[in-house]
Design a protein around this ligand. Sequence first.
Ligand code: HDD
Length: 750
Amino acid sequence: EKDLAAAMPFNPNKPAEYGDASGTPPEGDHHQPSTPAATGSTSSEIMMSEKVGNGQPPVGQNPTVAPLDRVRVDPSDRHLTTNQGVPVADNQHSLKIGLRGPTAMEDFILREKITHFDHERIPERVVHARGSAAHGYFESYGDFSELTRAVPFAAKGKRTPVFVRFSTVAGERGSTDTARDVRGFAVKFYTEQGNWDLVGNNIPVFFIQDAMKFPDLVHAAKPEPHHAMPQAATAHDTFWDFASLSPEIAHMLMWVMSDRAIPRSYRTMQGFGVHTFRLINAQGESRFVKFHWTPLQGTHSLVWDEAVRISGADSDFHRRDLWEAIEGGNFPEWELGLQIFTEEQAASFPFDILDATKLVPEELVPITPVGRMVLDRNPDNFFAETEQVAFCTAHIVPGIDFSNDPLLQGRNHSYLDTQISRLGGANFHEIPINSPIVQIQNNQRDGMHRQAINRGRVNYEPNSLGGGCPFQAGKAGFTSFPERFTTEDKVRGNPALFAEHYGQARLFYQSQSAAEQTHIANAFRFELTRVQTPAVRERMLALLANVDDGLVAKVAEGLGMDVPAPLPMASPDPVPVYDPSPALSLLSRPGETGIRTRRVAILVANGVDGKQVRKLYADLLKDGAVPRLVGNMLGKVKASAGDPLDVEISLEAGPSVMYDAVIVPDGDKSAELLARNAHAIDFLREQYRHCKPIMVLGSGAALLAKAMIPATLPDGSDDPALLVDAGLDAFKQALASHRSFARETDPPMV
Ligand code: HDD
């Protein structure tokens, strides 16, 4: 028998199915239910994981890697096969009856290849179709078991693997990254007690209060149904028609018209769980919680004119940025913070914590940092991982629970349901990226594309024939918080405080810096200018009239209209007055990573001072910045001192919007050569107009004059981001502070 086994073909991916290891368990042999084994921590919930070991992976390793090895395919040194494993001798020609004859029906190799290709596409997500993702880990700052029994928070230094997908909402899968839109921020935690998905956005509030309205919101925002335009943009009549008739949208509009909706990078966005959730500890005590992700990179955005141009220059701008940062070892990092509050506190707030159009100001409930998340590995395959990952708000683990937010309750249905059509059936949880790091054990069976080969005759519970397995986990399992309900009528409607729509819209607008306020007004002006129906514009102004007098006056002026009477308010109560919240301004979070990953163009042409360029380049690289030599054409430029330099990208292919800052070095006539190329002049003008740092050295200053760049700010003072013959330290400082908004005029003068 041994010889027989040895003679069997061996598939290294499936060792248990061939040879010695393939023996079936002897008849009548039952496996005892395993006892949950405690690790170093006191919490008995941290169970041994069959796939990961003791749940405390060694530092620097991602335990999702090992289970995925079963399905990883690497073609090095392998020959081609069909999907049945048959070696393919010729992958170039179909099988013909004579060289000039018809193709044979029996060509199974051709038919299999084409059939598979014909079915390569799956439906895109109905919203959030375009996205990019990465692997990483969450690390807890401490033992937070007082607050929650959720295992990622069980011990200091404990790491839980995560997969995070960022997305735009409205655009289709191939649309542009820098559209004005909300960004999705969805985190899948692979915990030892199953997967927990925190499916949030980069904005802490939402457009609507009740899931019932979601399909209408999305229909209004997506391309109009008769001609399918515009792509990835809300600047059209149907969206603003819906918005102007839905005053609950007021607060969200302030955020979506702000710079938040055009982030510089996925790495420079905050993330929010949006809804109020519950944390439950081992004693069954519950507290309300709001989740906040704060980027170590700081919160930074594009300016609108730049975002529009990037769409043409590189529609993958954010995807590329995330990919390159991780490949380059600049792992993006966020801190997770919790706003924790009690039932009694919630009752004292001037808003309802079940209303997703309201946030809890940080001044009211401070944020407690509990851990950090690091993204340190790009996916191997976009389709298998980023496209097939399935998030669902209903994926929670013991220690987390829902609130009754009617938006969240509706979402809990929607996400599971949508995966069934998107991923082709009820077994999408078996797709490797979606499967938990613990083994799935239940009596659910069969269905399309089933992967698990469930052994034995028992597929029901209770049973005695299977030794009672799998058995209920009891206290170690998920239990819902036993919230007490008063008896009320079954109704369709909203709690009273849901009717107040303007207090927090005003709070947000009034907490912004002057530059941010201008950007909001200009964004409304842009979007409403694109709207064709005057009545919709007017209704929107009437809505804004309830938010802020200054804002509505600016927008009305921009549209050449008078300020109309405000929309009637739905709530009879006065609009609540909030203390200003400086934390709501993007400028309040500059970040801690300085100039790391910031892209600097050094413009070069024949005669450039090569020694100077090499020194600048090396110095910027040393601090983690990304310098690039940009020239009139690819190839070499002769340097006035030192060896020739290799141009890395041409001005035509690498326009200004791809860079955070520019340097024009000294040289012998190099600035003159550049000045003959309008791309170089545009480069400087756009860098200036987008408020980015510019440094000119020696004769490089000639290009400034050619581009007619003002020497001072509009108010006559010195421009801190326009550096003439300054040291590199001053440039680095300007680069680290991103933009000099003091330059902005409306309309732009350069
Ligand atoms: Fe949603 C996808 C975030 C309201 C229904 N949503 C989706 C994604 C994110 C969000 C980040 C992409 C996940 C991924 O990367 O795969 N959605 C939100 C937030 C909301 C919200 C923060 C409000 C607080 N969503 C919302 C409502 C509904 C949906 C009210 C329906 C009742 N969302 C979906 C969906 C999607 C989705 C149709 C499309 C693809 C998918 O789920 O997997 O089910």
